[in-house]
Design a protein around this ligand. Sequence first.
Ligand code: SAM
Length: 221
Amino acid sequence: MSKTERLSIPQVKRWLKEKSGKTSALANKVSEWANLSQNPSARVVDFGCGTGALAVEMAKRNTLAKIFGVDINDHRDHSLITPPNLDYYMIKPFSLAKESLNPELIILSQIIHHVPRKQVSAFIKDINNSLVVGGRVFIHEHEISESRIQILEKTLLTLAESISNRCLETMEVNYNFLTKHKLCELLEENNFKILKEESVQRKFVTIPQLAGNRIILAEKK
Ligand SMILES: C[S@@+](CC[C@H](N)C(=O)[O-])C[C@H]1O[C@@H](n2cnc3c(N)ncnc32)[C@H](O)[C@@H]1O
């Protein structure tokens, strides 16, 4: 990048995550939970890959795996070097299954809260239909509490994310923050079996956030 080029907000966020080791830590966690050392040539989709930072880290760690960075918007950071086992695809919403990428693993990192409430079931169904039999999904997602302050939490989170996404990044997005219970229910209704889940709070994020985060590994039934 030339000295006169300005860094975009997604680039700054990506850089902060990289420097703090958070992207690398998340890639390690995904590889560990998905047991990629036992399936080194796995096909992995990072859906909603954004800048591509996590897809790059996954490709660097799992050199025999085939990684696909897929998104419905082009937020790629072209200053990142693309490893040879990584390809990018831009697709229409809810059409991942049509791409026939046949992944054994799909990563959804901070995506589900951008899917409108009425379409979230169709989104998870599309994820399920995209996976091979016995394929898995790794989710890293904000979670709001089950308590009565839920409405306040949702409002504050939506406000904070709107300022970041719409004003600073000019990204037009929806917000649909879910509780752990609701997310697990949606996965089970759409033919997934939950294998593991863990509260990770702010372990894999850099910008201070109002809500905690959870990781979930689920398998296609
Ligand atoms: C908060 S960013 C997360 C980027 C990256 N996964 C990360 O963890 O840094 C959300 C991304 O989700 C994508 N997105 C929003 N709605 C989507 C949908 N229905 N299907 C796939 N991706 C979607 C956006 O284009 C954006 O790149």
